[in-house]
Structure formats: C-alpha cells, structure tokens
Design a protein around this ligand. Structure first.
Ligand code: NAD
Length: 419
C-alpha cells in the first residue's frame, strides 16, 4: 500500500422564508442544483471516534440527507464505526443511514474511491497529517465538505488548505470546519457584543487548554511502524501537529474571532515535564506557553498542557477597558434555544448547500487558526520569536512524502530549543 506525497427577522429567518416561498433552487457551480427537497448524499472519510460522531450529527442535524459511503485506512475502524452508527436509536439516523458494502472503502487510496462516488458532501474525520491532501482532492472532485480541525500540521499544509478553500469558493462548494464554537449560540451572541464594544476596547486575552495526560496505545506485534504512528497518533508531531495544534486550536480560534485578526508575532516556550522517555509518548511536548502579539499591541497569553495530577482549565477570556468576558457569557437567547454545536455545524452546512442560508466557507478561517497554533509550536521548539509572515511562508514541511507500511518511520528526538 503506497501513496506519494450576520437581526427582528434575522438574516437567517429571512433567507429561510424566501427559500420556502420561492421553493428556490440553489444552483451550484458543481453543475448540480439542490431543491430544498433534494436528498443530499454524504460520505464519511475517517471512521474514528470523531468521524463517527460527525456523520451521525450530520444526519441528526438535517432532514432529507443520507449517509451512503464510508472510507478509512483500516477495515476494523470502518466496521466498528458502521456498527456503532447502525446501533443508533434516533429515527433520523436509522432512516438516513444507507451504507451498502460496495460503498465501503479502505486503504490509503480510500479517499480517492469515496470521492469517485456520487456523494455530494464529504465528511472528513481523518487525522491532521492527511487533511490537506484530502481537502484538495475533495474540492477537485466537486464535493461540499465538513472537515474536522486542525487543518494541517505545517505551513506547507496550511498553504495547501488555503488554496483548496479558495478553489472551493470559486466552485461554490460549501466548507464547514469542526471549530464548533463558531456554531455555538452563546459564543456567537457574546462575540457579536464584544465586537460592538460591550467591554470597551479589548486590550488583552488569555486562552487555556490545560488537561490531563492524553490517550496512548501500546504497539501490537503485527503493527508496522507507520501503522503504529497512525493508531497511536496523539504522540507524533507530523501526524497530529502536537497538542497546541491538535487541541489548543479551539481556544486560539476564539482569540482570532474576538480580535478579528491573526497575530503578528509569537514568543513561546514548551517542553516535557510529565511524559517520560517511554516511546509511547513519541516526540511531542506536554506543555506550551505562548505570548501572541496581535495588532495594536494586544497580547494573548496562551497555555496548553497535558499533565497528570495538576489543575486544569479550558476557557477563553477577554480583558477590555470596560470589563471582562469569558467570550460565551453574554447570550440573550433563552438557554433552550442553544443547539448542540456539534449538530448545529452540520445543520448550518446543509442549509448553506441548499441555499436556505448564505454560502459558507470556513476553510481559510480554520487554516489561519491552525497556523496560529503552528507558529506557537515553531517558536517553542526553536526558542525563537517568529512573525506571522515568517511562519506562514516557512518552507517547514514535516509530513513524510510517502505513506507506505513497509517503510521505516523513525521517531524524531524531542525538540530542544536552540539545538
Ligand atoms: N471538533 C472537536 O471537538 C473534535 C473532537 C475530537 C476529535 N477531533 C478531531 O477529529 C480528528 C480525528 O480524531 P479522532 O479522535 O476521531 O481519531 P481516531 O483515531 O478515532 O480516528 C481517526 C480515523 O482516521 C483514520 N485515518 C487515518 N489516516 C487515514 C488516511 N490517510 N485515510 C483514511 N483514513 C485515515 C484512522 O484509521 C481512524 O479511524 C482529529 O483531527 C481530531 O482533532 C475534533
């Protein structure tokens, strides 16, 4: 197996009313036209925990859709996911889950096979190392996309995802990313108020993702090195981008959303305090602390770590000239109006594809937020301050060109700043 390298009547209410009244068609440049009553056919690529959840939530969040295809590198992951979705009790899932044997694909080229089918929407739930390739191919194939975060693991991958997102826009293909806070009502309403000056001028922020030690898997005797890298993925920088990229991107994305900008510079530190030399922990750090400088000398303190027996905390906080906000604490709507954001993001995608809501494309947004995390990692690994332009234009490319189970994939030493 080898494979080379936007109010009273809200904008949304208005759009829905217009769409219903006119029974209008959203004509898409992929050559298809979707009436509100046309079925949307989706395929899942990456049948792990999140992919299985996302595919289920796509069905829970939309009527008149079907999940018709599944693909994964490993047959056991695909079968487990198929069985799990098949056990769902919710009628929307039971009635809309239609995956036949001939629409199941495995191997490194499974993405090509699922993209060759007549699906309208690709749900991309694989791992960060493979996302740029999969997103690029999905846009080439004319598919709408839901993609998990982060967008990539290195600047080369980020530029590829930005190019794919721009191409998707040209082709009128919708793209929603798994930075689900963007679809979470308490964040949406609070950040709208922050932008309107609810706490005055924002002078600083802090964003935290501090949790316990993450999962890790022992290597099984029959696993090749590459299989082990991919199954024990939250241990290797080239597979997942390290924890700042893989996990902390959610909080950094909020900073960019609140400040409506990307940072101009970062100065960071990090290391390994809790992870031992056990090869199960691969080559990643277990803590990062970053000082991000945003335009107008606004500084964002970012902390992310995986430590046992330590205090935790996952939140974002903005400090303004007239107050402080947790970025999700000023919702006016009644709590019962808030839909699970993991479902809402799929409803938002479905509605945009059908033209019920305006066109949506979060590709550049998620690529930029991921780049913020990558530049923090680059600064911590090297011990050097780094500007946004230096980081985004860097030639750093860490994903192996060839994915082949017969090749060796030696683990890099844990980075030592200055070495
Ligand atoms: N938005 C969120 O809150 C959230 C939560 C959890 C995970 N995630 C993201 O979802 C992604 C998947 O995480 P997970 O926990 O489901 O991991 P997982 O290991 O359970 O699933 C990943 C799946 O991708 C498959 N895969 C790997 N490389 C592949 C390739 N080249 N082609 C096809 N399939 C491939 C694996 O076999 C596996 O089944 C990660 O990027 C993670 O950051 C997001």
């Amino acid at each position: 197996m080898s494979e080379g390298k936007q109010s009273g009547m809200t904008r949304r209410d208005f759009a829905k009313a217009s769409a219903a009244a006119a029974a209008s068609l959203a004509v898409l440049s992929s050559g298809r036209a979707y009436a509100a009553n046309n079925k949307l056919r989706a395929g899942l690529l990456g049948c792990g925990g999140r992919g299985t959840g996302a595919a289920t939530q796509f069905m829970l969040g939309n009527d008149n859709v079907e999940l018709v295809a599944m693909a994964d590198l490993f047959p056991d992951r695909l079968e487990a996911s198929r069985a799990r979705i098949g056990e769902a009790k919710d009628e929307r899932v039971v009635n809309q889950f239609k995956v036949k044997d001939e629409m199941c694909f495995t191997g490194f080229d499974a993405y090509k096979k699922i993209l060759d089918t007549d699906i309208d929407v690709l749900i991309e739930g694989t791992l960060p190392y493979s996302r740029p390739k999969h997103l690029t191919s999905a846009v080439e194939a004319g598919k709408h996309i839901f993609t998990e975060k982060p967008a990539a693991v290195d600047p080369a991958g980020i530029r590829q995802v930005i190019a794919a997102a721009e191409k998707a826009k040209e082709k009128n293909l919708c793209l929603v990313a798994g930075t689900q806070r963007r679809h979470q009502l308490n964040y949406q309403e609070t950040i709208k108020k922050l932008h309107a000056g609810a706490i005055g001028d924002i002078k600083a922020m802090r964003v935290y993702w501090c949790g316990g030690l993450p999962f890790s898997h022992e290597r099984k005797p029959d696993w090749s090195e590459l299989e082990y890298r991919i199954r024990n993925w939250y241990a290797y920088c080239w597979v997942c981008g390290d924890s700042i990229v893989e996990q902390h991107v959610h909080n950094l994305d909020i900073a960019c959303w609140v400040l409506q900008a990307n940072p101009v510079k970062v100065f960071a530190s990090g290391g390994r305090a809790w992870k031992t030399d056990d090869p199960i922990y691969g080559d990643m750090y277990d803590h990062f602390s970053c000082d991000y400088e945003f335009p107008n000398n606004v500084h964002v303190t970012s902390l992310c770590r995986h430590w046992g027996k330590a205090d935790g905390g996952v939140f974002e906080e903005a400090f303004g000239t007239n107050g402080v906000s947790k970025c999700n604490d000023m919702m006016d709507s009644p709590p019962e109006k808030m839909v699970d954001p993991y479902i809402q993001e799929h409803t938002d995608l479905g509605n945009a594809i059908r033209g019920v809501d305006p066109y949506i494309n979060e590709g550049v947004q998620v690529a930029h937020s991921t780049m913020v995390a990558i530049m923090g990692r680059m600064s911590a690994y090297t011990g050097k301050a780094l500007t946004w332009d230096e980081a985004l234009n860097s030639e750093l490319s860490i994903v192996p060109e060839e994915w082949d189970f017969s090749l060796p994939y030696p683990v890099d030493p844990v980075p030592r700043p200055g070495v």
